[in-house]
Design a protein around this ligand. Structure first.
Ligand code: F6P
Length: 530
């Protein structure tokens, strides 16, 4: 029997075991949690026991996670389908040594670009620029947009806006009310070919020209394609380049993070990088049992691949992290949504789960009903800080924390029919009415969750949290035998959109299109304002 089978057999045997029972007579909370100097991760409210955990660790060892991790940090071309190294970690390797790719140390260039970004952001922050508009999509948008929102208390630079959708509503709503003479536009695109970004960038340039701004000095580009930024007309002095070994959804740590640096300043950005670097150091050095990304990944594998829970909810109890579920959605689903292994063979497992969620407490009033009483089990990943940033509103924060902890407690404990009957009896019900009402008030419980706690959501901690999840995705990808660093699955839709554009514009016919698509195009053209 291989380790996968062993784990599945264990799962069959313990499927009905109450998680609560695992706490009896042991210090489970201590044994099934781990901490770094800066945060603690509790996975005691899952059905993982010591034997299961040992098997999960064996699974990671058999997959060669440690060797592949070292290969990644060393700049080996582990992104084999694109023949690229995977070195977003080099972007935050502030105090580390050299990192070689194709026989060349990439660190001098990383430091030089970072220094240029620092100088540029200082200039912007002390200039007349009041607003920064970052135009990008996917990793060129979600990362900086999420991080700028998360670090609002540290934001002392110009206002930052983010435009991603090709829907003209997005750029129109964003530019309305901005002063073109005091706005800096950042065009963020690794490839500088993404149709949404290029369309929005051209619209922004036309707006700037029409409204008295100067695109020559007020446009900046962040890209690996410096030839294309030049063709667009952006002065090379205003271009911040990076290399193809930085994946789009892993690019926040370098030039793509420029808007964040402008928002919180170069020192704050350095602290953010140092937080991620601390997590890198921990990931490289800690033994599996003490290794946070490793254990987070193994909990994920247990829930998704072994227990068959198809989704997982990311539930930060922090309003400023309300974009984090979206960010993790791209990070995890674009990375591990694959069906073919590194060697070209089919994966014989489910791959990445559906990742979704929202900030607490808002989600409680939207979808938690299904999490508590629906028929599907949804593992929940809670996170909350010990402190908010509003000392005068400490009572709000206490309520927030109480709600976060209450949810994981309720999910695990549930409420039995006997307890529900008693509640109904206390309300004065009896007989058939009591029975009927009681059944609706039963919570199955035994629903797993993890909780990440930390002191405060500052730049350092945010850097840590993101790096934690990046490495979690890596570990899961290695165990599944897939390449977490390509994204071929986004190509087909892009190609078809390009071929459909003239059809929608009415300059080409629907020949060759399937009946449904042709009919939809015809409807939309027929009902278009003339
Ligand atoms: O959605 C595909 C994708 O390539 C993402 O991986 C990437 O983050 C996004 O598009 C944007 O790409 P670019 O930065 O090249 O514009």
């Amino acid at each position: 029997m291989d380790i996968w089978d062993t784990l599945r057999t264990r799962q069959d045997a313990i499927a009905e075991r109450p998680i609560l029972a695992l706490f009896e007579g042991t210090d489970r909370a201590a044994e099934f949690s781990l901490s770094t100097q800066y945060m603690a991760f509790d996975y005691s409210k899952t059905n993982i026991d010591a034997d299961t955990r040992a098997d999960l660790i064996a699974l990671a060892e058999a997959a060669g996670v440690a060797q592949k991790r070292d290969a990644m940090f060393a700049g080996e071309k582990i992104n084999a389908t694109e023949d690229r190294a995977v070195l977003h970690t080099a972007l935050r390797n502030l105090d580390g040594g050299s990192v070689m790719v194709d026989g060349q140390d990439v660190m001098p260039e990383v430091h030089a670009t970072l220094e240029r970004m620092r100088t540029f952001s200082k200039q912007v922050r002390s200039s007349n620029i009041t607003d920064v508009v970052n135009i990008g999509i996917g990793g060129s948008d979600l990362g900086p947009a999420m991080a700028v929102a998360a670090l609002a208390p540290y934001h002392d630079g110009p206002r930052c806006h983010f435009v991603s959708n090709v829907d003209g509503a997005h750029i129109a709503d964003t530019l309305r009310g901005l002063d073109a003479k005091t706005t800096l536009v950042i065009v963020a695109s690794k490839t500088f070919t993404t149709i949404e970004t290029m369309t929005n960038a051209r619209t922004a340039r036309a707006w700037m020209v029409d409204h008295g701004g100067d695109p020559e000095t007020q446009f900046t580009a962040l890209s690996t394609a410096e030839d294309k930024t030049g063709q667009f007309g952006i002065d090379p002095a205003q271009v911040f380049g990076f290399e193809d070994w930085v994946g789009g959804r892993y690019s926040l740590w370098g030039p793509i993070g420029l808007s964040l640096m402008i928002a919180i300043g170069a020192e704050g950005f350095d602290t953010f990088l140092r937080g991620a670097q601390a997590m890198d150091t921990h990931f490289k050095a800690a033994e599996p049992l003490e290794n946070m990304p490793m254990m987070l990944a193994l909990v994920g594998i247990w829930h998704n691949q072994i227990c068959g829970y198809a989704t997982r909810a990311v539930l930060p109890y922090d309003q400023r992290l309300n974009m984090l579920p979206d960010y993790f959605q791209q990070l995890e689903m674009e990375s591990n949504g694959k069906a073919v292994q590194m060697d070209g063979s089919d994966v014989d497992n489910n791959t990445g789960p559906v990742v979704w969620g929202a900030a607490g407490t808002n989600g409680q009033h939207a979808f938690y009903q299904l999490i508590h009483q629906g028929t599907r089990v949804i593992p929940c990943e809670f996170m909350v800080a010990a402190n908010g940033h509003e000392p005068e509103l400490a009572h709000h924060h206490h309520l927030l924390v109480a709600n976060c902890l209450a949810q994981s407690e309720a999910l695990m404990q549930g409420r039995s029919l006997t307890q529900a009957r008693k509640i109904m009896a206390d309300k004065g019900l009896s007989g058939e009415a009591l029975e009927r009402q009681a059944r609706h008030r039963v919570f199955p419980g035994n629903r797993p969750s993890t909780t990440l706690v930390y002191e405060r959501l500052d730049p350092f901690t945010l850097g840590q949290i993101i790096a934690l999840y990046e490495h979690r995705v890596f570990v899961e990808g290695v165990i599944l035998g897939i390449n977490s660093y390509d994204q071929w699955g986004v190509e087909l839709g892009k190609e078809l959109a390009t071929s459909l554009q003239p059809v929608v514009e009415g300059t080409a016919g629907t020949d060759g299109k399937d009946g449904s698509t042709a009919a939809l195009v015809e409807y939309l053209i027929k009902h278009r304002d003339r």
